[in-house]
Design a protein around this ligand. Structure first.
Ligand code: NAP
Length: 524
């Protein structure tokens, strides 16, 4: 599959002169061919105008037609096969096995939302029939369903070049909702982006979608990205990346004459709590399991365990010894981009120079110019309470162990943590009372609470939540993974006393083939 470096604007491939930009081989930091076009202001205008023109057609299509589109995308992405893996490996440094799994997750997400469309439950359809003779006033006929917001901009994520980029979870859920998507590609993987954009464009053609249903444009975030977010026709934004970038987009969106929601996933250290009985029973296994989770994918998961809390004592010492031993054998790994590698090494250096922290674990030395070396630091709970700023995310395989004096100090530390994607408890029967006390605090802290596992690895299912209070995400009322992700791109509309001929099919009397609530009762 030959890459052309073209943009995809409303089903047309577009080449721009002017040199463009090249991807960088993650393992060497050297540029690789070909050159990729940078979108002009006119390209942004064309893509957004086409998305706006597509919206009335696409959003009104039968759910079955949109489901067929999503399934066609899934098939096209699967068919990209090794060519996709090879390019994504070159651009991200992620191993082929991980990328093959990610490709399956990407097409799986498309199929999940196709199923969601067919089930129709996401519409939250409800009918409250009129009671014309109700006293003292008649009750009107009211019917409700969710409708799509309008064109959506998605920013591809560097750390999931497939599952959270051009054809990833944000795109899948927005398309399922009925929203055309304009993707601002991540400059770290333009070749991967082109291959996936080709797959989506082919699927759109095969299933007869309107031309503006999907576009991919490349260019700097602060020009092309900002132009998309501030365009009045764009009605929502999906983003995964840095806290700085995400909060900047939130400000841009909030300052528009008509503000729009930004669903930004940004930074999370995913605290892990080693409760006393579990620690006593299996400190060694916990130490090894922790390092395996921390070093997976060079630590570049948003759910990486970047903070561990335990109670001071011999069992915690055994945990540290096991973790240190496991880390000593952990090879360095190529990081996603030279910029992310640089941010990681300076984050580790910042921890190394902090008087309250000491380094207790280190991975194998960097084997290449963009390889990250794992690192484990510790500090006391007392020092953490005096300065909680060390809990800021260091994106990569570095983690901070906070040695708390007792359970009260552990609880106090929780009170100082920022919002998180996940919180993990390692517990045994003897820890249940303590866990019960901590649980309400963890519900306020995080979007997903785990027991006796590790937060890396996010199942894409109906019951998943990948979201949490700020700054883990910009809006903790939502999830970006799992079936509920569709909610981000929908809003409710109530229809009062509309004639049946004007009602959407899902809200007419008789069997609509979807679950609904009719006069207060769930029906199938
Ligand atoms: P990033 O710098 O935030 O960039 C992500 C995307 O947003 C890029 O397409 C970028 O465009 C765009 N962008 C950034 N700032 C913008 C702004 N002010 N206005 C408009 N668009 C903007 O993230 P990254 O390059 O993927 O990685 C950098 C750091 O982000 C990492 O070191 C890590 O700390 C964090 N990160 C966190 C997660 C997580 O899940 N928690 C995931 C990935 C990265 P351009 O690059 O073209 O400017």
């Amino acid at each position: 599959m030959t890459l052309t470096g073209e943009l995809f604007i409303a089903s047309k491939r577009v080449k721009r002169d002017g040199g463009g930009f090249r991807a960088v081989q993650a393992s060497t930091g050297q540029e690789i061919e070909p050159a990729f076009s940078v979108a002009t202001t006119d390209d942004v205008e064309t893509a957004v105008a086409a998305a706006e023109a597509a919206f009335p057609v696409y959003s009104q299509m039968p759910r079955e037609k949109r489901a067929e589109f999503l399934e066609a995308i899934a098939d096209e992405i699967d068919a990209l096969g090794d060519a996709l893996t090879e390019r994504a490996h070159a651009e991200s440094g992620l191993p082929a096995a991980r990328l093959n799994g990610e490709r399956g997750r990407t097409s799986g997400q498309m199929r999940l939302f196709a199923r969601e469309l067919r089930l129709g439950e996401y519409l939250r359809a409800r009918i409250d029939h009129a009671i014309p003779d109700r006293q003292p006033a008649p009750k009107p006929d009211l019917r409700l369903r969710l409708v799509p917001l309008g064109p959506v901009t998605v920013f591809g994520a560097s750390n999931f070049p497939l599952a959270f980029s051009v054809g990833g979870g944000d795109t899948a859920s927005a398309l399922a909702a009925g929203c055309p998507v304009v993707v601002k590609g991540h400059s770290a993987h333009p070749g991967t982006a082109e291959l996936v954009a080709g797959a989506i464009t082919r699927a759109a053609e095969k299933t007869g979608m309107p031309k503006g249903v999907f576009s991919l444009i490349n260019g700097p975030g602060n020009s092309v990205g900002a132009a998309l977010v501030t365009d009045p026709r764009i009605k929502a934004v999906g983003f995964t990346g840095s806290r700085g970038g995400g909060t900047q987009l939130m400000k841009l969106a909030a300052n528009r004459p008509v503000p729009i929601p930004v669903y930004a996933e940004m930074s999370s250290v995913n605290p892990v709590f080693l409760l006393p009985a579990a620690l006593e029973a299996r400190a060694e296994a916990l130490g090894a399991g922790f390092v395996a989770s921390l070093t997976m994918g060079a630590g570049q998961f948003c759910t990486n365990p970047g903070l561990v809390l335990g109670i001071e004592g011999p069992a915690l010492d055994r945990f540290v010894t096991a973790a240190t031993d496991a880390m000593a054998g952990a090879p360095s790994q190529v990081m996603l981009t030279p910029g992310i590698h640089k941010a990681y090494t300076s984050g580790v250096a910042r921890w190394a120079s902090a008087p309250a922290l000491s380094q207790v674990g280190q991975g194998q030395e960097a084997a290449g110019p963009t390889c990250g070396q794992a690192a484990l630091f510790t500090m006391t709970g007392k020092d953490f309470l005096a300065d909680p700023s060390h809990a800021e995310e260091v994106f990569g395989a570095a983690s901070l162990l906070v040695r708390c004096a007792d359970v009260n100090e552990m609880a106090a530390v929780i009170g100082l943590l920022e919002g998180q994607l996940t919180a993990t408890l390692h517990l045994d029967d003897g820890d249940l009372d303590l866990a019960r006390q901590l649980l309400p605090r963890l519900e306020r802290l995080a979007g997903r609470i785990l027991a006796n596992g590790w937060p890396t690895g996010v199942e894409v299912t109906d019951a998943q939540v990948h979201g949490g209070p700020f700054p883990s995400t910009s809006d903790g009322r939502s999830t970006s993974v799992g079936a509920l992700a569709i909610d981000r791109f929908l809003r409710p509309v109530a229809y009062q006393d509309l004639p049946a001929a004007l009602l959407p099919v899902e809200l007419r009397d008789g069997d609509a083939g979807i679950p609904r609530r009719v006069d207060g009762k769930p029906t199938l």
